[in-house]
Design a binder for this molecule. Structure first.
Ligand code: AKB
Length: 320
């Protein structure tokens, strides 16, 4: 890969992945694709930024030609909670956007396409603990439906056209650089901001809600390691389970309390509770470990320490 286009560069994962890949490939070789969001100074000062909407094929084609793109990472997606509010929008962005990207990749003979999937591919009938790689995929959210379809579509392009499509089933991703938007797992980020700002947080999922989660440095490592894995070692393509940690909301609150003893937690579950209840507690990621050497670095307390320090810094500078 020489020239990478990241669609959705202003998002939670896209913003940090763009900067990380620019360190490896050089600023000019990683093009930040943003749709409406004004790119941050960090993003626009270190390499090219273009307005790219995966639903606009002509615009996408023009950017691919302009920069001679040979790999696309498609981070643009409508997540679970927003998807339930607007299922047609979720279908449009997640499916029509994806097929446009895959078709452009085929047209330009790209070296690789990376398309994220999610634990949202699982549903209430999936085994809940240590969820296997190969298992029942019957999600009950539109986001999950598009992610299962996206995985199948990715694998179809691998088999039918020989296009190198790769993807991971991200758990909830926790970070302090860019806020997540419209997901169910957003509580695991919001708690840290509220702990620093107000020393209390009202959770929209109950105390016992347990989900697979991952800290951003591990998310970047997983994504980049999968991108760089040798194609011949891959038995799977678009659907790798990747685990890192699994904790309940109560355990997350207890971890925050270790560092901020007067932190208070309360619970007011809303419509996102049923989405969280349909997802697994933890995943079996042995395929990722065997096929491309996946191994996470962070556990809950190491992440909490890091998150609180970083958000405290922002707070002191008046940035939040
Ligand atoms: C969401 O909560 O919708 C996302 C996801 C798990 O894919 N963070």
């Amino acid at each position: 890969m020489k020239k990478i286009l990241i669609i959705g560069s202003a998002g939670q994962i896209g913003s940090e992945l763009t900067l990380e890949l620019r360190k490896m490939y050089g600023g000019d070789n990683v093009i930040a694709g943003v749709r409406k969001t004004k790119p941050s100074e960090k993003l626009s000062s270190k390499g090219p930024c273009e307005v790219v909407d995966a639903l606009d094929v002509e615009g996408l084609r023009a950017t691919v030609k302009k920069y001679n793109i040979d790999a696309i990472i498609n981070m643009a997606a409508i997540l679970s909670a927003t998807g339930e509010k607007n299922p047609m929008l979720a279908w449009d962005v997640n499916m029509n956007g994806l097929i446009n990207v895959l078709e452009i990749a085929r047209e330009f003979n790209m070296k690789q396409v990376l398309v994220p999937s999610s634990i949202a591919v699982f549903g209430p009938s999936t085994p809940i603990d240590n969820t296997p790689q190969e298992t029942i995929l019957k999600p009950t959210t539109i986001y999950g439906v598009t992610k299962v379809s996206g995985e199948l579509l990715g694998d179809y392009y691998v088999k039918r056209y020989g296009l190198d499509v790769r993807g991971l089933r991200y758990p909830g991703i926790i970070s302090h650089e860019t806020l997540p938007g419209g997901g169910t797992t957003d509580y695991a980020v919001a708690i840290y901001y509220e702990a620093i700002k107000h020393k209390k947080y009202t959770s929209f999922v109950n105390e016992d809600t347990r989900l697979p989660m991952m800290y951003m440095p591990d998310c970047l490592k997983a994504t980049i390691d999968l991108m760089h894995a040798d194609y011949k070692d891959l038995k799977h393509h678009s659907d790798f389970n990747v685990g890192a940690m699994s904790f309940s909301m109560g355990e997350l609150a207890a971890s925050v309390k270790k560092y901020i003893p007067d932190f208070e937690i309360s619970y007011a579950p809303d419509e996102r509770q049923s989405i969280a209840d349909s997802w697994p507690n933890s995943v079996d990621d042995s395929a990722a470990r065997e096929e491309w050497g996946w191994k996470p670095d962070y556990d809950l307390d190491a992440m909490t320490k890091d998150m609180l320090q970083a958000i405290e810094e922002k707070h002191k500078k008046g940035l939040i």
